[in-house]
Design a protein around this ligand. Structure first.
Ligand code: CA
Ligand code: CA
Ligand code: CA
Length: 1014
């Protein structure tokens, strides 16, 4: 109670201070008339109080959970979504390249689609009647309460005697990347009898065979589905195999030509719109790359007047009189937009798109099952952007497929296997299905079936109905696993498994440990923490990006990332500059990216350049960031091996930046390509602060290695740079860019307020490198970013200044990339200036926490949470240039900031300085080899610290904590299971640093208690 009152008083006091300061500020500084972002954010005391309330686990019901798509597959094992109603969606696990866009359309409201038929249902036997209720939005009351990594959906209905709770997740165990990168999803389905009578009940599960899902239209092969019982588990095993060659008895009938587009017009085909014109094209059209591969002189080519026009071209009705329809296709690859469709009763039954290539290639549809039906062909162009056209020629009916061989079946990207395994023994599935009738009766339950890949078949498993007494519960465990190894660079998972069956057995053999450790992490991070539950949800949700198409873990052991799903390649150094989550949760993955990319394939030995997409190109921010990441990876290591191995190249990387500086004055003045996809043309603190932080990291690493001369050089350049930056770039409130706009009129920010102006200082805090500019300048600049760039409603500002891409809508809060509060708005200024990026928001918020601006930081995170409310946007998919954008991994920097976390693995040093509720604080932490829970309590004359290890091991040689103002420790005691002992400590300002006489190693379940007494 006392604590609560103190908190309220503190909030009131702070609000007062902020009000007075802002008031004084507004009086003094004259803002540009067009700068409509309010200096006073009008956050009420109850708003602030609400944001800091611990709160309950979040849950969304019905339509409010419509956009949810929670990744539930393993790290870098593809992208499988759990929707808000517990059904699966997306299924991007078949190695197909998915391009999710450049950002123009990513921030939209939609429900993820599901191309694969699958699901679970509860079977109930009452009065000899068997019924099933599917676990989906039609169940009754459906509530999604997932917190990454564990999906949770609850089902209940007034007219159904069973309530259900379903957990869905892939094992996720920090520091154990391999067991977190399984191509597998576990389901725990708990059914509970809510009626007053005993009921017989069980679970029905079903899964379509999706092997060769993308290749199916262009291959002649079979799918095979078996139901096998192994190790007491029932498993649906989906595979594919070669189709037998046609027998001599199967006579081929002559080919029937449907259209060759050789006539003076389209004949009896009907064209609409502008894209098709009045007659077939004679080849390549104006401004088009050369079109080839068509037959004769004419073809359909909708690049008529460019990609802009739309239209359709529809054939008259014809009878499907052969087993295949063959044609030639080229042009755009957009589903439903640049396509050829086969229509029966106006419904699309087959479709095909080009490959973003002008050359026409053979393609076919297997229409054996449609033979005799009346059909039409429709060619569609409803696209206008790049590759917004389609090329078609030579459509024929034939008894043999005519195809460009896509390769051997076993080599196709979507060839492999998929398994749905039930850990509980099944009953006679067929009998249950037949009793249910209707759609269930259509499901397959045969032990071994093969069928053409052109057909689809869904196979089911039903458990033996059990008698449940009123209130009784029963949990069923399922594992969905997949194995599609034919990825260009291979999958790490394929090093360990040869089939989906092997994966299923591994997951179920180790179920207790894999599920147990995952839940232990969830418990430690969410349940046992004192931090607001919604904030934990937000900061951990971006970690889900690991289990999306954004991230790959290659067979070679190299971790590799897009920027967003399928967009902008090469673990781009500047976008990944913001990403802290992976390094803190799975440091081995980031170490592999450093060693195999930055200091491997992308490294230029002659110059020290780190190609920013593992190429030959320089990005100033990415180059400096590589040094910072190297230091972070060293800090997250158990020993000095990583630093020792990579030091020569880390040093060269920093020397490359020093060369850009040119005169060792600590300012980089030349052209600086960077994450805004433009070049800054003069000294600035965006690249500059990263450079200075890199010099500090370089100094620390050089000292550890024993390269004192280089350490001194780094120090002297660093000191000069800090001083000169303030002299030349401080405008009184924030740091600006010194640029000659007459020479460089485009893409600069000059006197603007850039949100990322202290990016390197934020990094320095993360790595314990201290201030790189004077503290008062840093604090004031950060205050200015809050005042000038964060809008409680982005609407008014974006009404005047339309962003290139919308990542926030009217009525939603957000932090703008850059504004010009006091000088004329630069219409040609830094690119993306009017946009809102969550990665920058977290970067700024994380830094704010370290500078004591905790309320502002949490308000910024609250803004993200409001935008990603699942009624509008998938809370697990923060978008930028593509879905699941890697920059959002910056959220972990906010988390570590809130705990005031500091760690140096090789030195065995761990420290905390909680930024919220320091009197009673608890949070999860990770280290090089283990993770656990940290807690701090202050009471009377005692400050108590508890470090409890829950997984792995933790070696400790020194500790650091923050004590209250005027708290003078008189005694520090350490207690472990082995007993208590006093130890040496020093006090500097409010920081108590404790050195242990002997290294302490904690193992799971062990706790180190530190008692600091005044
Ligand atoms: Ca032709
Ligand atoms: Ca078009
Ligand atoms: Ca210089």
């Amino acid at each position: 109670m006392r604590k609560y009152r103190t908190f309220i008083i503190a909030v009131a006091y702070l609000a007062c201070c902020i009000f007075i300061t802002i008031h004084a500020w507004a009086e003094k500084i004259k803002l540009r008339a067009g700068h409509v972002i309010p200096v006073d954010k009008k956050l009420s005391r109850s708003d602030i109080k609400g944001m800091f309330r611990r709160g309950e686990r979040l849950a969304w019901a019905g339509q409010d959970a419509n956009t949810v798509g929670m990744p539930v597959g393993g790290i870098a094992a593809g992208q499988l979504y759990l929707r808000g109603d517990g059904t699966l969606a997306l299924w991007q696990i078949f190695n197909k390249h998915i391009f999710s866009g450049y950002g123009a359309t990513n921030y939209r409201t939609y429900k993820p689609e599901s191309p694969v038929d699958s699901g679970f249902g509860v079977v109930v036997k009452q009065d000899d009647k068997i019924t099933v209720r599917k676990l989906d939005h039609k169940f009754g009351q459906v509530e999604f309460a997932g917190e990454y990594p564990i999906g949770l959906v609850r089902y209940g209905a007034r007219d159904f005697p069973i309530k259900v709770e379903m957990e869905a997740f892939s094992p996720f165990i920090p520091l154990n990347a391999r067991d977190s990168a399984l191509p597998a999803t576990l389901f725990h389905i708990t059914i509970e009898n809510t009626s007053s009578q005993s009921i017989q009940a069980g679970v029905l599960a079903w899964l379509e065979n999706p092997v060769c899902i993308d290749s199916a239209p262009s291959i002649h092969a079979l799918r095979r589905t078996r139901i096998v019982n192994e190790k007491g588990r029932a498993m649906i095993v989906h595979t594919a195999e070669k189709a037998p060659p046609p027998t001599a008895a199967e006579q081929l009938r002559p080919t029937v030509a449907l259209a060759d587009f050789e006539g003076p017009d389209y004949g009896d085909w009907k064209a609409t719109g502008e894209a098709f014109g009045k007659k077939p094209a004679g080849g390549t059209l104006a401004n088009q790359n050369p079109v080839s591969g068509f037959v004769g002189k004419g073809l359909v080519n909708t690049f008529l007047g460019g990609d802009g026009p739309h239209g359709t071209l529809t054939s008259p009705s014809f009878q499907i009189s052969r087993k295949f329809i063959n044609f030639l296709i080229g042009g755009g690859s957009q589903q439903r937009q640049t396509c050829i469709n086969l229509l029966i009763d106006d419904k699309v039954v087959r479709t095909a798109v080009g490959k973003d290539n002008e050359k026409l290639e053979s393609y076919f549809w297997d229409v054996g099952e449609l033979e005799g039906k009346s059909a039409q062909i429709q060619i569609v162009d409803s696209a206008s952007g790049g590759w917004g056209h389609i090329n078609i020629d030579q459509i024929e009916l034939a008894d043999a497929p005519q195809q460009t061989p896509p390769g051997e079946l076993e080599d196709l990207p979507d060839y492999g296997s998929m398994v749905l395994a039930c850990a509980n023994a099944p009953c006679q599935t067929r009998a249950v299905l037949d009793s249910i009738g209707g759609w269930a009766a259509q499901l397959n339950a045969e032990d071994d079936v093969t069928f053409p890949v052109s057909a689809s078949k869904t196979t089911a498993l039903a458990t033996q109905p059990l008698t449940l007494a009123p209130g009784q519960k029963q949990t069923y465990t399922y594992a969905l696993t997949w194995h599609f190894p034919n990825f260009k660079q291979g999958h790490e998972y394929a090093n360990r498994f040869n089939s989906a069956s092997e994966v299923a057995h591994y997951v179920l053999d180790n179920h207790e440990r894999l599920a147990g450790d995952t839940k232990k992490w969830h418990q430690t991070f969410y349940e046992d923490s004192t931090l607001p539950r919604w904030l934990l949800f937000r900061l951990h949700s971006t970690v889900a990006n690991l289990a999306t198409g954004t991230c790959q873990w290659w067979k070679s052991g190299r971790f590799w990332g897009w920027e967003g799903v399928g967009c902008c390649e090469g673990t781009c150094t500047h976008v990944w500059n913001y990403a802290h989550a992976v390094a803190r949760l799975f440091p081995e993955l980031e170490r592999s990216a450093r060693e195999m990319q930055d200091f491997g394939e992308g490294f230029h030995e002659d110059s020290g350049l780190v190609g920013f997409r593992s190429d030959n190109n320089y990005a100033a921010d990415g180059q400096c960031g590589t040094v910072l990441k190297a230091y972070r990876e060293h800090l997250m290591s158990a020993d000095g091996g990583f630093l020792k191995r990579n030091w020569p190249r880390i040093k060269k990387t920093l020397e490359f930046s020093i060369k850009q500086d040119g005169n060792d004055d600590g300012l980089i003045e030349n052209s600086q390509h960077n994450t805004f996809d433009i070049n800054f043309e003069g000294p600035n603190t965006f690249v500059g602060s990263l450079y200075l932080a890199a010099l500090r990291a370089g100094e620390e690493m050089a000292k550890e290695i024993g390269d004192d001369e280089f350490a001194k050089r780094c120090r002297s350049i660093f000191e000069s740079g800090g001083k000169l930056s303030v002299e030349r770039l401080w405008d009184g409130e924030y740091f600006i860019e010194a640029v000659d706009l007459a020479r460089h009129p485009k893409f600069q920010y000059e006197k603007g307020c850039l949100s990322d102006q202290l990016f390197g200082q934020g990094w320095a805090e993360q790595l314990g490198l201290g201030y790189i500019y004077p503290a008062e300048n840093v604090k004031q600049a950060l205050q200015s970013v809050w005042r000038y760039n964060w809008a409680p409603d982005i609407g008014p500002y974006n009404a005047d200044y339309k962003p290139e891409r919308w990542f926030a809508r009217e009525g939603e809060p957000g932090l703008f990339t850059c504004t010009w509060p006091k000088s004329p708005y630069l219409a040609d200024g830094v690119r993306y200036k009017d946009e809102v990026w969550t990665g920058i928001e977290y970067q700024v918020a994380g830094h704010m926490v370290w500078e004591g601006m905790v309320e502002e930081a949490v308000a910024i995170c609250d803004g993200v949470q409001k935008r990603y409310d699942p009624a509008k946007h998938n809370p697990f998919n923060e978008v930028e240039c593509g879905d699941h954008y890697a920059r959002a991994f910056a959220s972990w920097g906010v988390y570590t900031g809130l705990a005031g976390y500091e760690y140096h693995g090789p030195k065995g040093h761990l420290g905390f300085a909680p930024a919220v509720t320091p009197d009673d604080f608890r949070a999860a932490f990770t280290a090089a080899e283990g993770w656990g829970a940290f807690s701090q309590k202050r009471k009377g004359k005692t400050q108590l610290e508890q470090i409890e290890l829950r997984w792995g091991r933790l070696a400790l040689k020194s500790l650091a904590f923050e004590v209250p103002e005027n708290f003078k420790p008189a005694q520090v005691t350490l207690t472990t299971a082995g007993g208590s002992f006093k130890c040496d400590y020093t006090l500097k300002d409010r920081r108590v640093e404790i050195t242990l006489k002997n290294e302490i190693i904690l193992t799971p379940g062990q706790m180190l208690v530190v008692t600091i007494q005044r």
